[in-house]
Design a protein around this ligand. Structure first.
Ligand SMILES: [Zn+2]
Length: 208
């Protein structure tokens, strides 16, 4: 990369590594790298330790698929949460967004959404884990909080049909969610409202 010419090698390497992250262009990467260089060495060492711990300690909850530092996440382990009400989301980060509101239920993270174009079918998502949770019979309501994208909508309909033969209340988060909206980009207020004003769905016809 010609714009890194003349730069000390370790600095150039860091800039290049930082540029690989989503939303970080070469200019931002350079600003960050210089910032780190200006900091005390102990500060930067602590940052390095955090990066290491990130991978060692954060993984996915075996039950809901959200972020966890143990076998189960804090929500699944919390007896005060309504484990019978399950909000279905696409990504672990969606859980973090919803947790900023007042939701008292639990979650199930699909780790994606159905996308025939990209070859993502039900097998690629965490449906088997959801089947199990529903088969046990302790789930009463599914709140479909997949994104307001074409694939997100299709995924919501698929879920409603997949579990149509169970005694489940199925709802879809309200249209406060803008068209094409990923939960990640919604503010806390919009999200809380979208959840509170969720729309109950008629029972879908099961997939045969
Ligand atoms: Zn969990």
């Amino acid at each position: 990369m010609h714009h890194l010419a003349g730069m000390p090698e370790p600095l150039a390497r860091l800039v290049e590594q930082l540029s690989a992250y989503q939303g970080v262009g070469p200019k931002t990467a350079m600003r960050l790298a210089l910032n780190m260089l200006e900091q005390q060495e102990s500060e930067v060492q602590s940052l390095a330790a955090s990066l290491q711990e990130l991978h060692q300690q954060v993984h996915f909850c075996q039950r809901c698929g959200g972020f966890a530092t143990d076998v189960h996440c804090n929500v699944c382990d919390n007896v005060k949460r309504q484990q019978a009400v399950v909000c279905i989301v696409e990504q672990p980060v969606d859980v973090l967004m919803l947790e900023r509101g007042h939701f008292q239920g639990s979650y199930h993270v699909l780790h994606g959404r159905l996308s025939p174009v990209d070859g993502v079918g039900p097998e690629e998502l965490r449906f088997k884990a959801l089947d199990k949770r529903i088969a046990v019979g302790d789930i009463k309501e599914l709140i479909l909080a997949t994104s307001a994208t074409v694939d997100g909508e299709a995924t919501a309909h698929f879920i409603a049909r997949r579990y149509a033969h169970h005694e489940l209340q199925v709802s879809r988060i309200a249209r406060g969610v803008p068209e094409g909206g990923e939960l990640e980009y919604l503010d806390e207020y919009t999200l809380s409202r979208a959840l509170e004003q969720r729309v109950m769905w008629e029972r879908a016809s099961p997939i045969v």
